[in-house]
Design a protein around this ligand. Structure first.
Ligand code: ATP
Length: 273
């Protein structure tokens, strides 16, 4: 990808600090439906620190997306409290950028106009953030595609554009719900390397959901393993591998041992999917 070492001028790399940025206290969720209650999450207590890359893995339906939506303020917890930067979350807020499994770009808008969506919605300064959008597209290797339309881009390029869109308003936190699940294996690996680079360059705190244990270990500072629905924390694994990580790290005995340990955790507790 183009210019692998470019860094946004406004952003210096921030190392992971011990400062809590997302705090969950007794957070649970039960969906109330016409067919009855659907308990999705048991009470969870967990803290994510500033600049941390936290990856959640867990069986299908265990409440991963529910948790992410609650951090984004798109859903309210049934019990407990989520704080972001010390503020209790009760509605959608601009401290986060969100990336979903599908890029969800509007086909009638150019790539640049898509990336600028959050700026327009939040009524931010278009000149200032327009420059930032172009810098981000440059960083993501999409400088030559700013004025193209989404259908003129590959799936991986569209997903990179959607990551730019999540970063454009400079949120401290990026929430990513299986963002690379729809990509082919090689593109997915490249995206992992790229995302790691962007996260290290910008110091963003990332909360990332995946079904892939190797992807989790490759990206994470910590991997949070959830149990079957109603989900709760089954284990937390620290990933003690140096940065920047290349794909070669997957042959490192520590990588192999940790992926195996997490996989065994799933076999012991009922499978990942
Ligand atoms: N709007 C809703 N109304 C009722 N039940 C819901 C709703 N959204 C999710 N659920 C239920 O809550 C549980 C958790 O859903 P969630 O999407 O958070 O799981 P997940 O871990 O992200 O799953 P997957 O890995 O398959 O994407 C599931 O059993 C799901 O059926």
């Amino acid at each position: 990808m183009a210019r692998p070492h470019l860094r946004l001028a406004s952003e210096a790399p921030v190392l992971r600090s011990a400062r809590p940025i997302i705090e969950m206290k007794g957070v649970s969720k039960t969906y109330r439906t016409r067919d009855g209650d659907v308990p999705s999450l048991k009470p969870i207590d967990f803290t994510i620190t500033e600049g941390e890359f936290l990856v959640i893995v867990g069986p299908s339906g265990c409440g991963k997306s529910t948790l992410l939506k609650m951090v984004a303020g798109l859903l309210r917890p049934s019990t407990g409290e989520i704080r972001v930067e010390g503020r209790t979350i009760v509605k959608p807020h601009s401290d986060v950028g969100v990336v979903f499994q599908q890029p969800l770009l509007l086909p009638w808008r150019s790539v640049l106009a898509n990336v600028m969506m959050p700026v327009e919605v939040k009524g931010l300064d278009k000149a200032h953030f327009g420059k930032r959008a172009l810098d981000l597209l440059d960083m993501a290797g999409l400088a030559d595609f700013a004025h193209k339309y989404p259908w003129q881009l590959s799936g991986g390029m569209q997903q990179r554009a959607s990551i730019c869109r999540a970063l454009v308003h400079d949120p401290k936190i990026v929430l990513m719900d299986e963002p690379f699940g729809a990509l082919d294996a090689m593109t997915r690996e490249k995206m992992n390397v790229e995302l790691q680079r962007i996260q290290r360059a910008t110091g963003k705190t990332v909360l990332f959901i995946t079904h892939s244990i190797p992807e989790a270990v490759f990206l994470a500072d910590r991997v949070l393993v959830m149990s079957e629905r109603p989900g709760t924390i089954a284990g937390v694994y620290e990933v003690d591998l140096d940065h920047p990580r290349t794909l070669d790290v997957m042959a490192d005995p520590r990588f192999v041992a940790l992926t195996q340990k997490i996989r065994q955790h799933f076999y012991a507790h009922g499978g990942i999917d």
